[in-house]
Design a protein around this ligand. Sequence first.
Ligand SMILES: Nc1ncnc2c1ncn2[C@@H]1O[C@H](COP(=O)(O)OP(=O)(O)OP(=O)(O)O)[C@@H](O)[C@H]1O
Ligand SMILES: [Mg+2]
Length: 245
Amino acid sequence: MKSGKLEVKNLVFNYGEKTILNDISFELSNGDFIAVVGKSGAGKSTLLRCLNLLNKPKSGEINILDENIVNFNRSKLKLLRRDIAFIFQDYNVLDNLYTVENVLTPYLVKKSIFGLILGYSKEEYREGVSFLKQVGLEDEAFKKSKYLSGGQKQRVAIAKALAQNPKILLADEPVSSLDEKNTTLIMDTFKKLNQENGITVLINLHDVNLAKKYSTKILGLKDGKVLFYKDSEKVTKDEFEELYN
Ligand SMILES: Nc1ncnc2c1ncn2[C@@H]1O[C@H](COP(=O)(O)OP(=O)(O)OP(=O)(O)O)[C@@H](O)[C@H]1O
Ligand SMILES: [Mg+2]
């Protein structure tokens, strides 16, 4: 995959009989920064999980670099997922690893059997610590992750996504358990990745003000449908009100 272009066409997703995402269409190009906002239960997490096929859509298309990924087989999906970093709501950080090792896990897929036996090199550890530095956690690098707080684990998950060097970064409420200072640090880190490295960012946010401040476009999701999708500065107060009412 050479670019972070993504196109979703008439996406439908059901849990059993219940339609959760109903005819979702939107397009984003390389280097966009999209915030998905909407009430609890609107379908934000479900949508993100569809984008790397953790949820299999009932119908519709997800085109990445002009290829519909919906029917990708296991091996194609594995390759695709190297280019898409996904930061989950529940962090996905392994308690018994040193924090820096959690960050470096994306390196494992690139190692040979011998490489795996040898473990990480000094240089790789240095890189891991530099990713932790970007999220303000360099002092915790050689602490077991089980001793970290929820917000710190959330930041470890973000450092791990940085280590993956993705084309597209998907994050589900990445700042939900962070204080103001760390929220700013993380959102600034996303913005920098987006602007300097051209990574396409798509994140779910509860906080509309954060969405307005950082994103280039906002997708308003209501009851599993797109209520609006437009440049962040063009979303009106009425539209936000309708979204949350
Ligand atoms: N595993 C599941 N099985 C059945 N229904 C589910 C499942 N997960 C989510 N749902 C339902 O799908 C709908 C959308 O949920 P989703 O988690 O995508 O919402 P959300 O917008 O991310 O909400 P929040 O802001 O609370 O995280 C909800 O009605 C929810 O009850
Ligand atoms: Mg959610």
